[in-house]
Design a protein around this ligand. Structure first.
Ligand code: NAI
Length: 776
């Protein structure tokens, strides 16, 4: 090539990164690895190979973890945990700091090895993944230092089992290991089968950091090993991966008492309004969908572009796509590397080939061999088509147009997922109007795919639950210190041998959509006083009543938009009206349970005041993230919260769950105390005189065992709590897998009432992290 030709073409020459160090490390281990358990590598055993997807070259063989291997790792973690938890926060912080320093020191080696094992461009592993890994350990060194003083009522969970995917192997490891260790847990981690190598190198680095043996254990293997870890006696499962496996894990851990966080898939919208800075939005799109070959759970994979600019936008986008360079991931000039594995490449190919849309593949040349797929744009699809709804997990963007902001929001939310969303507009009013309307755990305004250890990351709906990063992420590795004991079943008073003839029939109805409603089945049951007097009848609600109640709760969702001040006022008013009838309620409680009701009524009024107070004080946070901008953590309502209320303390139990739920803007469906329902049905009149909008609180009396299943399986219930003394926790968790609603159950253990406000308010809200440009 002449110099003139070079100047004319202005194309990049190759700038390959050396892989000598990484090869030397593999050779040092004879290209064969055993598990890392109790501070040492085990002898390699039967397993499988891991290959470089860009070349097909086998890099090493790793061991397929058996149930026995998992048991050994969990036992080592269990042995190490008490000592690790007993260290001061400062001591743990020093270890995390050492891990941060050492990942920085070995950053080049880790980045090269990651690129070889995964196929991602070295530019990304070196400049994005590794800095974020180090940042995560630094940040959590800080949390370890502060947590004992800031969260004195919390204790570590114990042993954490972590199962991670292959798209960000080391970063996902950091997202699990750093908070688990900072909180005082020990961990057994299973990396993905395609990409186990950096986890093993990290294990070696943990030894260099002097991490006590057993605190970190790595067991390699496939989904079977993952399932064995899920089944092992650990205290929490932290999972990132596909939604089907997330659902399987939800079912597998149901009723075991294991804590669970799930970071699952997405089909995140990328919304471009007609006043957006188009060139910036196109550059953003390159990061949204061609970062890591589109193998990103929060990839902006669904472009929604306003109709007026769509032709020009698509035109410019295609030109940009043609300029993306695909090739050897170790070449620093490469934009797009290899897809992780031939299996993933085949999945992408099959999905795109089956599409009925108009397919544009970038004109950029592909390497002759290796797992490469060109940047692809698909237009002309209907909003219900498979590629609009399903995660492709490859460099494939689907695009639709919209006319109005309202239509943009409707299309954006037309998905079962809810992980992330991006909004591009130069109009700050529009951006900040749209952000709260998007069903997503993370929203980026005029930017995309920004991450930081200080900012919570995670989804809603079928994108899972739980947040990673920030204080909220740490909380997912802690439990309240309060001691519990097995909860004895509370049974209704039995019918006396010679019941008095009732004076007048009094059958309490259900309360649905602000109206009293007869139970659909037409059945009720007598409620006897502690002294054997017939107090009345309570309706036995069924599946249909639950459906009606959920529908009413949905219809009342305007409650979320009511100002916090207004919600506070209504809670105060409920307290005032309950107070006016305190004697009557106390008498009812005494009749029902035989114990004096005065203190319970007083506590219920106090609780209503407490959550009236919190309604406008449970503030979000502004996170200090290292970009030109801020991440605002908003506390949003979950939506419809259903609750099986405590059986004892029939008034206070219900009020303790209802008040925080509605204070935060949720609407609810409550199944009151199963044996003592009449304290709840008396509340209808209090509701009716307190300006509580219809449908905000719906009450369905009946058997908790009967009501648990339709509530847990309902697709439009967003969260389900159970404090029932009936054994329903397992069923609730199992059935909740249908839409992956958040659950909070007592596992048959007592609960100390009042529940701490911070605990219940966190359950009543979702953290939405909104990244906005701010400052210089
Ligand atoms: P996957 O969900 O099967 O794998 C993720 C991890 O879970 C791996 O470590 C795997 O070994 C483990 N695993 C698999 N089955 C398990 C089980 N029954 N119990 C416990 N652990 C289990 O994801 P896969 O098959 O690698 O990718 C399939 C699709 O999932 C991708 O095409 C993509 O759409 C999606 N995916 C989404 C990710 C995300 O971050 N949201 C990450 C990886 C995949």
């Amino acid at each position: 090539m002449t110099i003139k030709e070079i100047f004319d073409a202005m194309s990049y020459g190759p700038a390959p990164e050396s892989n000598g160090e990484a090869r030397a490390w593999l050779t040092k281990h004879n290209h064969a690895f055993g598990h890392f358990i109790d501070g040492a590598f085990r002898t390699p055993a039967r397993g499988f190979s891991t290959a470089n997807p860009a070349t097909g070259e086998t890099l090493a063989t790793v061991t397929q973890g058996t149930a026995d291997d998992v048991a050994a790792a969990v036992a080592a973690a269990r042995r190490a945990q008490p000592k690790w938890a007993a260290l001061s926060g400062h001591e743990r912080a020093k270890y995390l700091y050492a891990l941060a320093r050492l990942t920085q020191k070995h950053a080049r080696l880790l980045a090269v090895l990651e690129t070889m094992d995964n196929g991602k461009p070295i530019r990304e592993s070196r400049d994005i993944d590794l800095p974020l890994v180090a940042r995560h350990f630094y940040y959590h060194a800080g949390l370890a230092q502060l947590a004992p003083a800031e969260l004195p009522d919390h204790a570590p969970l114990g042993v954490v089992g972590a199962v991670i995917p292959w798209n960000f192997p080391l970063l996902m490891l950091a997202w699990k290991v750093a908070p688990a260790l900072a909180a005082g847990n020990t961990i057994v981690l299973k990396p993905a089968e395609y990409t186990p190598l950096t986890a093993l190198l990290f294990a070696e680095i943990s030894r260099e950091a002097g991490l006590p043996k057993g605190v970190l254990n790595i067991v390699t293997g496939d989904g079977e090993t993952g399932a064995a870890l899920v089944a092992a006696p650990v205290d929490k499962i932290a999972f990132t991966g596909s939604t089907p496996v997330g659902k399987a894990i939800r079912r597998a851990t149901a009723g075991t008492g294991k804590a669970l966080t799930l970071e699952l898939g997405g089909k995140s919208p990328y919304i471009v309004f007609d006043d957006a800075d188009i060139d910036s939005a196109i550059e953003g799109l390159v990061d949204a969908i061609w970062f890591n070959q589109g193998q990103v759970c929060c990839a902006g994979s669904r472009l929604l572009v306003q109709e007026g600019i769509a032709p020009r936008f698509h035109e410019k986008l295609k030109r940009r796509m043609d300029g993306l360079r695909i090739g050897d991931p170790l070449d620093k000039c490469i934009d797009i590397g290899a897809v992780v594995d031939p299996v993933q490449l085949a999945t992408i190919t099959e999905m795109v080939n089956a599409s009925e849309g108009e397919i544009y593949r970038a004109a950029t040349p592909l390497p002759a061999q290796g797992c490469f797929y060109p940047p692809t744009l698909i237009t002309g699809l209907g909003s219900a088509s498979r590629l609009m709804q399903e995660e492709i997990f490859g460099p494939v963007l689907v695009s639709m147009t919209f006319r109005t902001p309202t239509e943009a929001v409707d299309l954006a939310n037309n998905t079962r997922f809810g992980l992330a969303a991006t909004v591009w507009t130069e109009n700050v009013n529009l951006a900040l109007d749209i952000a709260p309307k998007l069903k997503a755990g993370v929203v980026w305004v005029n930017a995309t795919n920004l991450f930081d250890a200080a900012a919570g990351f995670g989804g809603v709906r079928e994108s899972g639950f739980g947040r990673e990063g920030g204080w909220e992420g740490l909380m997912a590795y802690l439990r309240p210190k309060a001691k519990t004991k097995p909860l004895k079943p509370v049974v209704p008073v039995a019918e006396p041998a010679n019941p008095e003839a009732p004076a007048l029939d009094r059958t309490a109805k259900l309360f649905i959509g602000g109206k009293q409603a007869r139970p659909d089945g037409g059945y009720s049951r007598p409620v006897w006083s502690a002294k054997g007097k017939l107090l009345g009848h309570a309706g036995l609600g069924n599946r249909k009543d639950i459906r009606n109640a959920v529908e009413a709760a949905h219809a009342a969702k305007g409650w979320a938009k009511a100002s916090a001040h207004m919600r506070a006022q209504i809670l105060f008013y409920l307290a005032e009206n309950l107070s006016a009838r305190a004697e009557e309620f106390a008498r009812r409680l005494k009749d029902l349970t035989g114990a004096s009701g005065d203190a319970e009524v007083a506590a219920a009024i106090d609780t209503l005041f407490t959550y009236a107070a919190w309604a406008d004080k449970y503030d979000g946070a502004v996170k200090s993230v290292p970009i030109r901008g801020i991440a605002v953590a908003m506390h949003e309502p979950c939506g419809v919260i259903a609750a099986l209320c405590p059986d004892d303390a029939p008034l206070l139990g219900l009020v303790s769950l209802m008040a925080p739920a509605i204070a935060m803007g949720n609407t609810c469906v409550l199944a009151p105390s199963d044996p003592f329902p009449l304290a709840a049905t008396d509340l209808y009149q209090v509701f009716e005189t307190s300006d509580l909008p219809a449908g905000v609180v719906n009450i369905v009396t009946g058997s908790h065992v009967e009501l648990a299943k339709p509530l847990a399986g309902h697709m439009d219930v967003d969260a389900l709590w159970s404090f029932s003394s009936s054994p329903v926790s397992k069923l609730v968790e199992e059935e909740s897998a249908t839409n992956l609603k958040r659950t909070w159950v007592n596992h048959g253990q007592t609960t100390a009432f009042p529940i701490k406000a911070q605990t219940i308010l966190a359950q009543a809200t979702e953290v939405k992290t909104i990244w906005i440009p701010y400052g210089e």
